[in-house]
Design a protein around this ligand. Structure first.
Ligand code: PMP
Ligand code: GLN
Length: 382
């Protein structure tokens, strides 16, 4: 295996989902819903397959209907204008968009400043591009962005900032002030920004999602990435997209066309339809997930764990030390056998292993009865 892939191992999500299957555990590890996405959207995909018009290669940049729908979505929710023909690119999920953006924009040896704990594909994408990862740690108990640490992480070798809000795994939703500080720094140091906004519709307690591209001087330097997986509960469809200026989209497309070329033909028209759903869809999604967040947070708290209630995403984080454990990896290895529940240790998402050691992430995008059953299993086994 090439040196640049050394140490990447197997993604924790595959490992923990396999463990859940092997032990018949409730899987609160990998973040995927256990109910289907909206029927109208599923029907649209079936219709697209049956029509016979979407089963061959779609255009390399994605079908026009989806690019137009992404563009309309950015205008409707954020007042951002993107030309569907030159400023939107459809990708194989956000994962491909992230990898293609890093391959397209990072020269070997360039530094990429990323928030830590980081979603695991960031480390892999930076490594595949030959870049150097420079983490800025979001620390317990509040996981806020330390703007001074971010400033200190930027050097003359920094090429881009890789930002994620709402943030996986901590659930932090960056505030308007934090985002403004990121934007100011990017403008001041003339940096590109890749922003992963896949949880854009999953922020709670009325907190708005504010795209980084809305800040002064940011639209022209920002590659905004999102996908349908979370918003429409279809993580297996892998329909993602990029919004950026024509030269940035062209760069990402150059890498993308030699990774997958295209993907998800019949899913593209279905997602195009779904993005145009009325406000009720988006409001219901938020309130349903906020209820699940509260249900699982209360359950975990009742077990004596320290719970950090997240502002967004599918995930709640706990500190396991109150239960007498100091290592989240050990805790998560023990959990399936002992309780029949799978969770994800934070430590794998850090360079600063110490910062993540006692932390464990639990997914709450599951049916209420499944969340309650998981808590009862934990209560009996721990
Ligand atoms: N970014 C983050 C922060 C994620 O949590 C995920 C996982 N769902 C992705 C990107 C990948 O998204 P997709 O499934 O669309 O590739
Ligand atoms: N984003 C999901 C999570 O964080 C899983 C994605 C994956 O399995 N690669 O759990």
């Amino acid at each position: 295996m090439a040196a640049r892939l050394q140490g990447l191992g197997t993604t924790i999500f595959a490992e923990m989902s396999a463990l859940a299957l092997r032990t018949s555990s409730i899987n609160l590890g990998q973040g995927f819903p256990d109910t289907d996405g909206p029927t109208r959207m599923l029907d649209a995909a079936v219709d697209a397959i049956r029509s016979g018009e979407h089963n061959q290669y779609p255009p390399g940049i994605g079908i026009a209907a989806l690019r137009e729908s992404v563009s309309a979505h950015q205008r409707r929710f954020y007042d951002l204008e993107y030309d569907p023909d030159t400023e939107v690119l459809v990708t194989a999920g956000a994962t491909e968009a992230i990898a293609a953006a890093l391959l397209a924009l990072v020269e070997p040896g360039d530094e990429v400043v990323a928030l830590e704990p980081y979603y695991d594909s960031y480390a892999a994408g930076i490594a595949m591009a030959g870049g150097r990862r420079v983490p800025v740690t979001l620390r317990a108990p509040d996981f806020r962005l330390d703007v001074d640490a971010l400033r200190a992480a930027v050097t003359s070798r920094t090429k881009l900032l890789l930002i994620n809000s709402p943030h996986n795994p901590t659930g932090t939703v960056l505030t308007a002030d934090e985002l403004a500080a990121v934007a100011e720094l990017a403008v001041e140091r003339d940096l590109l920004v890749v922003t992963d906004e896949v949880y854009e519709h999953l922020s709670y307690d009325g907190a708005p999602h504010i795209p980084l591209a809305t800040y002064p001087g940011m639209r022209e330097r920002t590659v905004t990435i999102s996908s349908a997986g979370k918003t429409f509960a279809v993580t297996g469809w892998k329909i993602g997209w990029v919004c950026a200026t024509p030269p940035l989209v062209a760069a990402v497309r150059t890498a993308k066309q030699f990774l997958t070329y295209v993907s998800g033909g019949p899913f593209q028209p279905a997602v195009a339809e779904a993005l145009a759903f009325g406000d009720d869809y988006y409001t219901d999604l938020r309130s349903s997930l906020q209820g699940k967040r509260d249900l699982l947070s209360a359950g975990l708290s009742s077990l004596g764990l320290d719970v950090f209630v997240p502002g967004g995403t599918y995930f709640v984080t706990t500190d396991v030390r109150p239960l007498g454990y100091d290592d989240g990896v050990e805790f998560c290895r023990m959990l399936p056998e002992r309780c029949g529940v799978v969770a994800i240790p934070h430590e794998v998402f850090y360079d600063d292993k110490q910062a993540g050691r006692p932390l464990v992430r639990w997914a709450f995008c599951k049916r209420d009865e499944v969340l309650s059953e998981a808590v009862e299993r934990l209560r009996s086994g721990l």
